[in-house]
Design a binder for this molecule. Structure first.
Ligand code: GTP
Length: 323
């Protein structure tokens, strides 16, 4: 061999040793003819132990798997093949260099057929994509967390206004489609300004949280939604619930909040914290849109305030306003 031939093969060997990905070459009989340092340090098998062995004898678990199919089809079609990392995350039992055991590294594997003289070969390249996959997983879980948070009220931990709007819209459509029943409650803590003025905003927040938790705990069905509608107002979406049933639910919420016995400010209408509640029920001819339902429940809430607070008013279609 010429001097320049020798130095170029030395250079090739050095480059193969430095490559930051696994390089395996197998011949047409699947015998390993090249196994670089990256593969040795992550598989625990040095090249002199694996050269000449059938790749699929060495790693029996690869038999019948996508990698073997990719090699066969690359050899047949003479076209490169790529394994989907999502379906084949870690085909080879490879571990981070220097750590024998633990989690396999996540791999991206490609198979490239080639010929040299009369011989046919396959180059198998293996990249470690653990960091990328880990980062993707982290981003996905952060996105899920953000999504969950964006539907939860930060103070009280119950559903927020956005969640309420989405649920009301969805349940109204469902009720309209199936001629079903649906009721909506809007409620407001009585004389809450006086509470804040007397006890301070921080204690006001604590009161809101107690009321929210007790209100949410009153709703029994999995489809019911308890939400903070805004400020000291709460809303409930009650699927499959007619006006009579909704009136019972509203009354049990009212009674439960009154029974908490949270001391109110001297200037408040009652000695303890109470709720006023307005109730509206889906009607395909009159109350079929979210805005109409909300306006009806709100007019009842207003009527409950006028009626002295700590009470429930049900929307009546016959009258312009609540009874
Ligand atoms: N602490 C606290 N107070 C809030 C919050 N959101 C709204 N409020 C207060 O709730 C009070 C609502 O007062 P108003 O709308 O005047 O009604 P009210 O005093 O409850 O009287 P009625 O509704 O007529 O019984 C205001 O003082 C708001 O500042 C909150 O997140 N935390």
């Amino acid at each position: 061999m010429s001097e320049s031939g020798t130095s170029s093969s030395l250079l090739s060997a050095r480059v193969l040793g430095l490559a930051q990905l696994g390089l395996i070459v197998i011949d047409a009989q699947h015998h390993i003819v090249m196994w670089n340092q990256w593969m040795a340090s992550r598989s625990g098998r040095s090249s002199h132990r694996v050269l000449g062995q059938d790749l699929f004898d060495l790693y029996g678990e690869l038999r019948g798997q996508r990698l073997e199919q990719a090699v066969l089809s690359a050899m047949q079609s003479n076209l490169p093949q790529q394994l989907s990392p999502a379906l084949n995350p870690s085909p080879f039992p490879l571990y981070p260099a220097g750590s024998w055991g633990g989690e396999r590294v996540e791999q991206q594997v490609s198979v490239t057929p080639f010929s040299e003289g009369k011989e046919r070969y396959c180059l198998i390249e293996v990249s470690d994509i653990s960091t990328i996959v880990g980062r993707e997983r982290q981003l996905r879980s952060q996105a899920e967390q953000l999504r969950a948070q964006s539907y939860v009220d930060g103070l009280t931990g119950i559903a927020n206004r956005r969640h309420f709007d989405v649920a009301l819209d969805r349940e109204l459509r469902r009720a309209a489609r199936h001629e079903g029943q649906l009721s909506l409650l809007l409620m407001d803590i009585d004389s809450f300004k006086a509470y804040n003025d007397h006890f301070g905003h921080q204690q006001g927040d604590a009161c809101l949280t107690r009321v929210a938790e007790a209100f949410a705990a009153t709703l029994q069905r999995p489809g019911d939604l308890a939400a903070r509608y805004g400020g000291e107002e709460f809303g409930a979406v009650l699927p499959d619930t007619n006006a009579e049933q909704a009136a019972l639910v509203a009354e049990s919420i009212r009674a439960r909040i009154a029974a908490l016995g949270i001391m109110h400010a001297p200037a408040a209408a009652r000695p303890h914290v109470t709720l006023s509640i307005g109730v509206a029920t889906f009607d395909k001819d009159r109350l079929a849109e979210p805005a109409a339902m909300l306006a009806a429940a709100d007019s009842c809430l207003y009527a409950a305030k006028k009626a002295g607070r700590d009470c429930v008013i049900i929307y009546q279609h016959q009258q312009e306003n609540a009874a």
